[in-house]
Design a protein around this ligand. Sequence first.
Ligand code: SF4
Ligand code: SF4
Ligand code: SF4
Length: 328
Amino acid sequence: MVDQKQLIKTAKEIVSREDVKYIVGYKQGTYGFVTSPAFAYTPEDVESFIYNPLCKKNLAVYPILEEKLPLKRGEEEDKRKIGLVVKGCDSRALVQIIQEKGLVREDLVIIGIPCKGVIDLKKIEKRFPNQTEVVDVEENDNSEYIIKIGDTVHTIPKEELLSEVCKSCEFPNPPLYDFLMGEEVEVREKEVYSGLRGLDETPIEERWAYWEKHFQNCIRCYACREACPLCYCKTCMADMLDPQWIRRSVNLSENTAWNIMRAFHLAGRCISCGECESVCPANIPLMELNKKLEKDVKEMFKYTAGLDTEEKTLFGTFNPDDPNEFIM
Ligand code: SF4
Ligand code: SF4
Ligand code: SF4
């Protein structure tokens, strides 16, 4: 359990500093099980900060989304730092972006949360449908979630609601932080790639049919892109008109092009936070694609994304001994 008082005290100290612009954490959402990002510019704003197993969103999207408006004549750029509350996977996203020179380490003040896993919103909403009243959820020491709805308390085994990505999380402790909220947590004993359903062994025709079945449901809302901290190109290929790599029409061919292109663009960069799959309204198992590529990158290039800010990126490195059987 993260000590909320300690979190609020630390966040207040950070936002009070002259070299900090604001800090981003979590606050209670406006309905049901939803939590929201909270932007605090003053110590008073920090009072709304919470941390509980519903705090799933990856807040690492925010520093790279910050709009850099043109400066008026004589105006100076605000170079103050941005504070951020991060779990293990969120911290890895920051590391990866810093490796790619998308962010500068010194521009961030990071509160790290040793993470015991978060709840899958789709699972809990299925269990308690049409929940409009705001609900608070806690985890107890017996690996159970305590859910209070009105006067009723529900105790549910953690495994039933835990996000699938958290069940196979290799890095629950943030690799990069300035302040750590509590002791590091143990990595769960698990099979990291068990969710791949033996994709490697499945005949190619079956694999193709499986993905066609899912891709035809894609509505090209691009929610997966917007929620992803590593999808931060200034101009996404999907939005380009000249050349137009992907047409705007929503059909199997273009949907497949979009999803395959995005998956490959994330190869060696995805940090397995699962946000893309969580926000997908069409329930496409995007993490199967991401995990397959992560596994291949690990096996072929001995590379894992987002662990060390000093390490070169996968695509920023050339090793003459790299496997090249796939190059024609
Ligand atoms: S993937 Fe790991 S670090 Fe991220 S929320 Fe799940 S357990 Fe926490
Ligand atoms: S979130 Fe899902 S439906 Fe929307 S573009 Fe991405 S894969 Fe398609
Ligand atoms: S592709 Fe999905 S799992 Fe990977 S970093 Fe982006 S949002 Fe997270």
